[in-house]
Design a protein around this ligand. Structure first.
Ligand code: C5P
Length: 400
């Protein structure tokens, strides 16, 4: 699948580097050629000799190595690949990338490259969650850097949480997705997905039954057509797809912020089930029963309508804006009205009345409303709906 593809593989200094031999073997098994670059930290975990032997290519370690510089300058090296992969991407490497710092070979290559970059972060959960890393993640995502992982699980340091490097097979899948030649190659598509959680107090929230399945399938289908996908997801019960940039949010207001930060995009698809209201008087501390049977009075405020805001943008509106409509009755009429009210180009409407099993289920029966009218699709799997929608989006962008 990766025959003839050239991958520049930057190996950062983290314990996850011990999985790199497996990654290199898997990439070569698929026909890719791998040029390894080892940071000083990376060399503490794997040896240059073993990596070079597995890669079957010379390894680069030092910015000021005259022999290698004479063979291939670092600028040329940074541009000689189809894809630059950083694995493991440490907090330090991510910070350097976000800040444009170039003080060793790896960071210099990352600053000099004009090739797409995929990073597989790996670090302690506290480092991953630190506001500084969160800022760097957002900066890198906005710069078009793609992420694979990290995953949640037990860490080498004994703690548990998000920060484990994606498995080699997942990294290979993300690489394949990025190198796929499809009609949407070079296009950026934004997808929102999942429910939102609106806090009542620090431990309680208001949510809805959305699983995120349709949005996830759609993001995967767009990726498979070669698009660069930014996937803004609420707390969904299905895992986000590999090979897309995942931005996790909880509330509607966070989702709007993430969407605005992810623009511009060629197309934006709003599959999230966003809460219409948030609790205006959410408590800063856990609410307690007072023993006298008094009931809390929740007050609500309206959430921003992300789809409407993006549809009605004066400048920088995506060329195609697609909304979803979950309706329980008179689906076509309500969806047609919704399209006009929000100002989007298409509405993908579905009937979520109880008994259809659609919300949270594996199948969907949709009606597409656009400027020309309504198009009814028979009931089919959500993955198939996603494939057909992605193809329709590619066609609308003139890429089909
Ligand atoms: O108005 P309603 O919630 O039915 O509209 C559904 C569509 O609008 C979906 O595409 C949903 O993602 C989007 N939406 C949004 N922000 C909101 C509410 C809905 O983007 N606050």
């Amino acid at each position: 699948m990766l025959a003839g593809k050239r991958i520049l593989l930057i190996i950062g200094g983290g314990i996850a580097a011990i999985k790199l031999p497996e990654l290199i073997r898997a990439l070569r098994a698929q026909g890719a050629s791998v040029t390894p670059v080892l940071t000083a930290g990376g060399a503490q975990f794997v040896t240059p000799l073993s990596i070079a032997a597995l890669a079957g290519n010379p390894i680069h370690t030092d910015l000021f190595d005259l022999t290698t510089e004479a063979e291939m300058g670092h600028i040329q090296l940074s541009r000689s690949a189809d894809l630059v992969v950083v694995a493991p991407a440490t907090a330090d490497l991510m910070a350097k990338m976000a800040g444009g710092i170039a003080n060793d070979l790896a960071s210099t290559l990352l600053l000099a490259t004009d090739t797409p970059v995929l990073i597989a972060p790996a670090m302690n959960v506290r480092m991953w969650e630190h506001p500084a890393t969160a800022r760097n993640r957002a900066t890198l995502a906005a710069d078009g850097i793609r992420f694979v992982g990290p995953n949640a699980g037990e860490m080498a340091c004994g703690e548990f949480g998000e920060g484990r490097m994606a498995e080699p097979a997942e990294i290979v899948a993300a690489i394949s997705a990025m190198l796929a030649d499809g009609p949407l190659k070079g296009r950026h598509v934004l997808v929102t997905s999942g429910p939102t959680h609106e806090p009542i107090d620090p431990v309680r929230y208001i949510a809805n039954r959305s699983s995120g399945a349709q949005g996830t399938a759609l993001a995967a289908a767009l990726r498979d057509l070669g698009a660069r996908v930014t996937f803004v997801t609420g707390p969904a019960s299905v895992a986000p797809p590999e090979g897309v940039t995942v931005i996790r949010v909880e509330t509607a207001r966070e989702m709007l912020e993430a969407v605005e930060a992810a623009l511009p995009a060629d197309a934006a698809v709003f599959a999230a089930a966003v809460a219409d209201w948030r609790v205006a008087n959410a408590a800063g501390q856990k609410m307690k029963k007072d023993g006298k049977g008094s009931l809390p009075a929740l007050e609500f405020a309206e959430n921003p309508d992300i789809l409407a805001i993006v549809s009605q943008m004066k400048a920088g509106r995506p060329g195609l804006v697609v909304g979803f409509a979950a309706e329980t009755h008179e689906v076509e009429r309500h969806a047609t009205e919704k399209r006009a009210r929000k100002g989007c180009d298409w509405i993908v409407a579905n009937d979520v009345s109880p008994g259809t099993g659609i919300m949270g289920g594996t199948e969907n029966a949709v009606t597409i409303i656009d400027a020309t009218g309504a198009e009814h699709w028979e009931r089919m799997g959500k993955a198939e709906v996603a494939r057909r929608l992605a193809a329709r989006i590619a066609a609308a962008l003139g890429a089909g």
